[in-house]
Every structure is written in structure tokens, then in C-alpha cells.
Design a protein around this ligand. Sequence first.
Ligand code: HEM
Length: 225
Amino acid sequence: MSIEAPPENFSARIRKASWAKHQGVADDTPAERGILGALLDGELHLDDYAAWHAQQYFVYEALDSAVEALAGDPVLGRFAVPGLSRLPGFDADLRLLVGADWRSAVTPLPATQSYVDRVRAVGRTWPAGLVAHQYTRYLGDMSGGQAFRAAANDLYGFADGPGVRFYVFDGLGDLTEWKAGYRRLLDEAPWGPDEQERVIDEVLAAYDFNGAVLTELAATMRRSV
Ligand code: HEM
């Protein structure tokens, strides 16, 4: 008699299938250091931090409004967690980083616009695909993003106030536990094998969109603080 290994959770499969992409986006080589590496090294110019923050705002404007629209969905409404939206944080941050008129002062890069278009399209037509984007950004912000928060606090003196509010998740409790709860939501979502594969593909696409935005930002980045 052979004992079969228990099937792997969906969330674990997502992570395994996307980790190589994660490393591709997360790893800056010293020779080609981008925004993330420069911030973690304490050498990112504040103007570049502001430019990156503004690009992330456009993505969250699309993501959070589409997720909010899911709230009444009998199946996927569980993913529309109250208080999760990053938009109030962006307003506080960009007021400081760009100015009170930040909304008219910032524009999306072409790569950001493509990302936003994709988030909006799945938001309208395919809620499971929207969850793929929510997963990629939110679990990222609660993981590596917390290292960016600490680095930005150290470098610019934000002390968890405006400038870095986007990364501060008040009211969600311990983030490691929260992420575990989110992974359970993924595991319990009523998707068959084909739909799960589509969701995994959308997570891979989400990493590519993030990589493209970071590459475009790096092209105009200053080389010193
Ligand atoms: C230097 C940059 C980055 C570092 C150092 C970093 C670091 C990490 C670490 C340590 C984890 C594991 C956390 C855990 O097991 O709970 C993680 C998870 C994650 N990161 Fe990143 N990350 C970076 C960039 C990114 C980017 C740019 C994205 C995508 C936009 C991203 C998306 C994710 C996601 C979705 C997870 C959760 C994976 C899972 O457990 O299901 N990360 N990151």
C-alpha cells in the first residue's frame, strides 16, 4: 500500500509557482541596482521614492476600488476586507511627498497604465483574477514592504507618519497571522483546478507588471541620495 502525500494547499501552490518571479522582481544586482535595492541600501533619493510612491498609488486606486466593488459578492466578498484600502495612506503620503495638489501633479508611467488597465479589466470581468492582483500586492506589502517601511523611516525620518502611511496596516493585528488568514481564504475559495491555474497565471502576470514599473522607474532614477 502506498501512502499519498496530502494535496498541497492552493496558497502554497501559488507561492511555489511564483517564487522564481518574486526573486526576479525583488533581486537587484549591485551593478543594476533599482529602486528597491537603493532604498534598502539607504541610498534612494527622496524624489525617486516619491515617484515610486505615486506610481503605486495609481495601481491601488484601481485595485482598491475594484476590490470594494466585490464586497456584496456572496463568494468573493470575503476578500473585500474593511479597512484594508491603502488610499487614505497614499493621500497622507503624497501630500507630504508631492504637495497638496498631488492629484493633478502625478501621472502614470506607460508600464503603470498597462498594469492599471489590467487590474480594471479583471475587476470588471473576472473577480478571481482580481484576487490574484490583491494577493500579489497586499501580501508583498505586508512582507518585503515592511522592510521598505523600515528603510524609509530610517532614511527620511518618517517615523511611521506621512510618507510611509501606505505601509502601515493599522487595525489588522499581527501581520504574520493576517497573512495566514488570507492564505486560508485562498485555500477555501471555490475554484476548480482550471480556475486555480488561471489565478496562478494572473499572479505571474502581476509580478511582471510590477517588474515593468520598477524597470521604467529605474531608467530615470537618480544615482545618489
Ligand atoms: C527587495 C524586495 C523584496 C523583498 C526583500 C521581499 C521579501 C519578501 C519576503 C521575506 C517574503 C516572505 C514573507 C512570508 O513568508 O510571510 C515575501 C513575500 C512576498 N512578497 Fe516580497 N519582497 C520583495 C519585493 C516584492 C515585490 C516587488 C513584490 C510584488 C509586487 C512582492 C510580493 C510578495 C508576495 C506576494 C509575497 C507573499 C508570498 C506568499 O507567501 O504567498 N515582493 N517577500
